[in-house]
Write a protein that binds this ligand. Sequence first.
Ligand code: MN
Length: 264
Amino acid sequence: MPKKPSAREQLAEYRRKRDFGKTAEPEGGRAAKTGRKKLEFVIQKHAASRLHFDLRLELGGVMKSWAVPKGPAPDPAIKRLAMQVEDHPMEYNSFEGTIPEGEYGGGTVMLWDRGWYEPEKGGGEDGVREGYGKGDLKIILHGKRMKGSWVLVRTRGWGGGGSSGKPSWLLIKHRDNHVEEGDALVERFTTSVVSKKTIEQIGGGAKRRVWHSNRSSSSAGVSGPTRTRTVAEVRAAKAKAAEAEAAAKAPKKRAKPGRQRKPE
Ligand code: MN
């Protein structure tokens, strides 16, 4: 058997594409916990230049990732294109916020769903690895919104999937008692599964702070660098995000209405 690559090796492309002095996204590299039985999954709604959903499944200490332009459809008659992208770090599973304009993936990221998953046929992580390797990955999702049996089917070989050199897959719902018609899921759920905020509420403050603060009318259209946050600002934002997440997890502790920021 070939040696399994380390998380750090698998994250080389992820790190190469990002400037961590500018984006608040996690650098990754946390040592994978051992002995955990449940594999994590997350779906992020990402209002980049084109709105899409990012499906991420834990495998081998990283999050295998797919951009799903139209989002998941709980209708077995609908096959959704899922373009594989670079592996993301495990820490990305708690990332919600705004990537500065001009940076890779610039735009607001919402935690749309998260939970754990398992291969339909069992076998734990090895079962996932086998299905992933064959390009026919049947999984059971245990999220707050994504439930039951789904399959990812690879449609093109490695190297044939466009500019990224990664393959295209299809995401399809399998028949079970979680089936619904059409786009029921993405239409019903439009807020963060963690912070309960909309894309506009997540992006509102950051948008003003990050990319409107230094834009004068005279520089409009000029391709110079957008003002980006300093490392200290990024750190402060990360701490604030962690705090918000902890607050969201804490039971009963609800913010007073007067303290909430009004959506623009
Ligand atoms: Mn994305």
